[in-house]
Design a protein around this ligand. Structure first.
Ligand code: KIV
Length: 265
């Protein structure tokens, strides 16, 4: 099932039905209204305003400096550009880890000020209480485990998680905990493919893979990686176009035309 075919708005129930019917859902990050519109025209089901925003749009060297106000600003733009897609906003670092109450207050801000559909937060077992608190109060929460970029300072790299037996066990526990707490979907980032397959089979909510192999219910990529706008891509995110070159050439050609007196004609 995809948004273009059904013409109906995508909801959390659509994602659950797609898992049951073994239909792949397409998630893509977006950070502004025009890319939201373009992604939907290409039949993307879910627009994720990831805090990757900080690295791909705002020039930060990690996602840690991203603020709630920045997430709200960009998510509101994506919502203005969408027609049917489900829009998810990342809660940025520091906006939800303190307490369930902090997470609730900031999620309410996100939902009221952007009109998006769900919030996403990073973490497994330690975040289960917070996810339950939000879910019991009517908030759709997407959980994110595996490589969790907001913890890069703790792990020291963006490397693959779940390689050791202990880490595998932990990730299986994390998946069960967030599912039982009431998350509506689960992002699995950069983990072994057989582990993602095992998690996918063990939880009742849709899994969304990025660097987690083919056995997840949905796939997500970062806009700039997919389109070849990033200077370098992670190994699990192949570029499907070379938009960087295309844009560079158009700008350079226009500049030449201006210098040579060919523009304006
Ligand atoms: O911030 C982001 O773009 C994300 C995706 C990589 C899942 O969390």
């Amino acid at each position: 099932m995809n948004a273009k075919k059904t013409e109906k708005p995508v909801t959390a129930a659509t994602l659950m039905r797609a898992k049951r019917d073994d239909q792949k859902m397409i998630w893509l990050t977006a950070y502004d209204a025009s890319s939201a519109l373009l992604a939907e025209e290409a039949a993307v089901d879910v627009l994720l305003v990831g805090d990757s925003l900080g690295m791909v749009c705002l020039g930060y060297d990690s996602t840690i400096p991203v603020t709630l106000n920045e997430m709200i600003h960009h998510t509101a733009a994506v919502v203005r550009g969408r027609k049917r897609a489900w829009v998810v906003c990342d809660l940025p670092f520091g906006s939800y880890q303190l307490s369930p109450q902090q997470a609730f207050g900031n999620s309410v801000r996100v939902l009221q000020e952007t009109r998006c559909d769900a919030v996403k937060l990073e973490g497994g077992v330690p975040m289960a209480e917070t996810i339950r608190f939000l879910a019991e109060r009517g908030i759709a929460v997407v959980a994110h485990i595996g490589l969790t970029p907001q913890s890069v300072k703790k792990f020291g790299s963006y490397g693959r998680r779940g390689k050791s037996g202990d880490e595998r066990e932990q990730l299986l526990e994390d998946a069960t905990a967030v599912c039982e707490a009431g998350a509506v979907a689960l992002v699995l980032e950069n983990i072994p493919h057989d582990l993602a397959k095992e998690i996918n089979a063990s939880v009742s909510i849709p899994t969304v893979g990025i660097g987690a192999g083919p056995d997840c219910d949905a796939q997500v990529l970062v806009w700039h990686d997919l389109l070849g706008l990033s200077a370098t891509n992670p190994p699990f995110a192949p570029a499907y176009a070379n938009a960087r070159q295309l844009m560079h050439d158009a700008i350079a050609r226009w500049g030449d035309d201006v210098r040579q007196g060919r523009f304006p004609g």
